[in-house]
Design a binder for this molecule. Sequence first.
Ligand SMILES: [Zn+2]
Length: 437
Amino acid sequence: MKKRILALAAVCLLGSFSAFAAPTGVDTTVKVGLYYGSGALDQAAFSAVAPINAGGAVIPAWTFAYAKSTGGDGGVLVTGDGTQLLTWQGGMVAHADNNIITVNEKEYRGSIIFLASEGKITVINQLSVDGYLYGVLPSETYPSWPAEALKAQAVVSRSYVLSSGRGRHSAQGFDVCNTTHCQVYSGNAKEAASTNAAVDATIGQVCTHNGAIVNTVFSASNGGYIEDSVNVWGGSTPYFVSKKDDFEKTDEIKGMVWDATVTNDTIQSKLSASGVNIGAVKGLEILEKAASGRVTKLRIIGDNGEYIAERERCRTLLGLKSQLYTIESAGSGSQISAISAGGNSTVADFFVRSADTTAHLGNSIWTVDGSGNKVQLSANASQAVWSDNGFVIHGRGNGHGIGMSQWGSEYMAEAGHSYLEILQYYYPGISIETVNQ
Ligand SMILES: [Zn+2]
């Protein structure tokens, strides 16, 4: 282990961190959805301790204003005493002189965009990427983590939002949402000195490859094995590689070694929801695994057909935390699958009957091959797990397992590694560059 760590350090020292160049023309402003979709509001209350310019109208300090929908794409701005300040179509921007504004009792840096659409108000926070990261890091990490792990997360979160995060919700009028779908963002509410310091210490720094900002996907825990994107999403990326994680101690992390029970009905209804009807689910069979052990091909056997799930679908179809799992029947005892003219069926006991006797074979059957040797056909003859009572899934990790493991970064930092070493370990071959501020 020690040798491995030293070898890694040597690689990093010789690595590609010498040039902190400056990619130009990068827009570092981020639009974050706060209330949107089914969570869009009828009205949003906002205020600040400094005067607010809202669509050209001035709202005095300490005064509440309300952005309300008037139906369609129109909105109206009223103050707390009912005075109507303006009406607008589409969007209206509010910005406080001190750069901090409170919306529905939560503080945010930067500006707020109120977008009237379909009779509701979508609320968007527009701010600098580093102001955004102040509100991301305390929710995506623990502020008590070592500084180098927090700095690694700052660079990863910055790279992510400035690459694939850009315009992910463009149809809704913003870049990223404030949930785990993109990155959890809490505005000012959870800001901590340690996480703000990590943002400041890495200001503007992003991971790049061939001059482009890297889509630095990450997950909470990879279960002890870093995954190649080809086994999850399909398609290879040079810096998403499959290798054992030398640092993450999955067994020590609460909730990262887990069991889940999935019912037959749940699987059937999830398949139905996507237009696949194979009847009642009878069995599951892992057909292929990646080197990591992640399930990459899963057969779902129904009484009216079967369905093959591939890559990430092997996880999402069963509603699991990760793709790294094994399956057991939730029913009792081993069972044998028998194929009848009508299709598969499952029996716990076998009997054979001659004209005058019945022999009980239990759950093992013997047959004789062409050379006269006795060959046992056991439950293991089929890899499928049959059950009418659901399936118990034993799994490891949380998330897709590609790129940085957040817990792995914590262990690396505790072992004395710098944030640059952490980034090079989880995204081998990338460079660190600074975007213009
Ligand atoms: Zn999102």
